[in-house]
Design a protein around this ligand. Structure first.
Ligand code: SF4
Length: 235
């Protein structure tokens, strides 16, 4: 399938989601894949909400891109933030950067700053659109375009499941889509500032996420580490 065909397939999927799974939302961390989907949604004027999780630890480059998207696309990006009391309790117990002390402490931070706000964001939704691709990591090799998510009790859609990295960037460049400037500095995957670093040539694209942890299989934050139980063909 060439890029034009992939784009048409993604557009058709997104239109079907708008029509049949309202209300639906794109969860965006403003990485390259999310910008492809945001651009497609905006281009076709689809009634699919775009939201992001502002953990309080995002890099300035991501915050700058959010503001640019708001301006350039005239898009009302919904921002979900963690409960202040929960952050305070985490910091009191583990310290502000307690996530460096171990996987459990790291997952506890992600639970407070990411997973709980995600639950709120998805609470009233029937469809969840994400930019996951199979080629991003071993833990994502089973990602499909559409599957029921039992954890959040909704349908989850990954319109770029089959895309490779070159196709993502070919779309962004051909359509002059704004992107996170950290990508130009060796960050293929971008998350919170203290938990993400640039990767070296030849390193795995997600090697910069929680780089101090040795077990690559555990390098997810709890947002997407969800079993897929039922696949659906939409196109
Ligand atoms: S990525 Fe790091 S700072 Fe962000 S929520 Fe997870 S542990 Fe906390």
């Amino acid at each position: 399938m060439n890029l034009d065909d992939r784009v048409e397939r993604a557009r058709k999927l997104l239109a079907g989601i708008e029509k049949n799974y309202s209300s639906a939302a794109l969860s965006s961390s403003f990485g390259a894949e999310d910008m492809v989907l945001l651009d497609l949604i905006a281009r076709d004027g689809l009634a699919i909400e775009v939201f992001t999780l502002d953990t309080g630890r995002l890099p300035v480059e991501t915050l700058t891109l959010i503001e640019r998207v708001r301006h350039d696309y005239a898009l009302d990006v919904q921002v979900y933030t963690p409960w202040p009391d929960s952050v305070e309790a985490y910091v009191a117990e583990h310290g502000a950067d307690g996530f460096y002390d171990g996987v459990e402490q790291r997952k506890a931070c992600c639970a407070v700053r990411k997973v709980e706000p995600l639950r709120r964001a998805l609470a009233s939704k029937r469809g969840w659109v994400s930019g996951l691709r199979r080629a991003q990591s071993d833990s994502r090799s089973e990602v499909v375009e559409a599957a029921y998510d039992p954890t959040f009790a909704l349908w989850k859609f990954n319109p770029l499941a089959d895309w490779n990295e070159d196709e993502v960037w070919a779309y962004l460049r051909a359509n002059h889509v704004p992107y996170n400037k950290l990508h130009d500095r060796g960050y293929p995957s971008i998350g919170c500032e203290p938990c993400t670093r640039a990767v070296k040539p030849g390193e795995h694209p997600r090697a910069g996420r929680w780089w101090w942890e040795q077990d690559g299989a555990k390098k997810e934050c709890g947002l997407h580490a969800i079993p897929i139980v039922l696949q659906k063909e939409l196109a």
